[in-house]
Design a binder for this molecule. Sequence first.
Ligand SMILES: NC(=O)c1ccc[n+]([C@@H]2O[C@H](COP(=O)([O-])OP(=O)(O)OC[C@H]3O[C@@H](n4cnc5c(N)ncnc54)[C@H](OP(=O)(O)O)[C@@H]3O)[C@@H](O)[C@H]2O)c1
Length: 293
Amino acid sequence: MPPQNGRIFLVTGGTSGIGYETAKALAGAGAVVIIAARHPERGQEAIASIRQATPNANVQFETLDLSDLSSVHALSTRLTASLPHLDGLINNAGIMEPPERGVSKNGLEMQFAVNYLGHFALTADLLPLLRKADEPRVVTLSSIAAARGALHFEDLQFEQAYSPADAYSQSKLACLMFARELQARSDAGGWGIKSIASHPGVSRTELLANRDGFSGFARRNLSFLFQPAARGALPTLYAATAPDALGGSYYGPTGFMEVRGPLGLADVPAAATESQASTRLWEISEKLSATEF
Ligand SMILES: NC(=O)c1ccc[n+]([C@@H]2O[C@H](COP(=O)([O-])OP(=O)(O)OC[C@H]3O[C@@H](n4cnc5c(N)ncnc54)[C@H](OP(=O)(O)O)[C@@H]3O)[C@@H](O)[C@H]2O)c1
């Protein structure tokens, strides 16, 4: 990674897993890093741990609950008032397959709200701050699960029949479509943003812990096949910092089924390339979040 001195990054979900490793590596390279998640005590633990590796790390914690749009707007307001610019927004935080259908403070299915819509609103809010940076980037985490996903426009919030896996896949497909659509809109509007998607293959983090069904079985018995979280963070770090990283592209591991392996361009599922669906999702998202880019 090139030195990141003078650059400021916001990493959602920086208290654990991929986000923690992303924050740690960026801070180690000299960046100012703000990690944002729900629990301040976990934030302080993450900061202490990052400072063990980099004693002079410039890392701070901000409270953020992506399932609550007022919390998203409050963070954006605080950052807009306090930061001169924002060089990188890492839309990383996520939850996976809660067995029961959860509902966000704004009445939305929980995975859609946390993984996707909260990040959509956060990016919209922070666009002016990003545009003050020299070469701003937005990196949004998707997943190999996006390839199994579809946008259920007839029931986006899974009110009729909830499937934990389908709702997760939909949210991660939405993240990938958002990253690509943001690049297209930035190009058309001259916003100067590089928007890139990334995924960590399958990595050992808290996301897969304590799961029922196949995910839980895999976690307990097959985790030797997964990547360490630090390796899972590489596609995100590349997207956030590499001079050659391409706007509108998607990076991940390139080994067996993209579960692990060397970093490279990831397969973009056909559903993510449907421009009419991307436009429709964007317009619905602006309405649901009451935000505009
Ligand atoms: N691990 C994998 O194999 C894998 C595979 C594909 C994609 N991904 C993606 O990678 C990203 C990171 O996942 P991970 O594996 O690192 O998971 P993780 O270890 O469970 O970390 C998730 C992070 O998200 C934060 N978070 C959860 N709910 C939140 C909310 N409502 N508001 C704000 N922050 C919230 C958590 O912090 P608090 O609990 O403190 O809020 C935590 O820092 C996710 O987008 C996930 O979909 C992971």
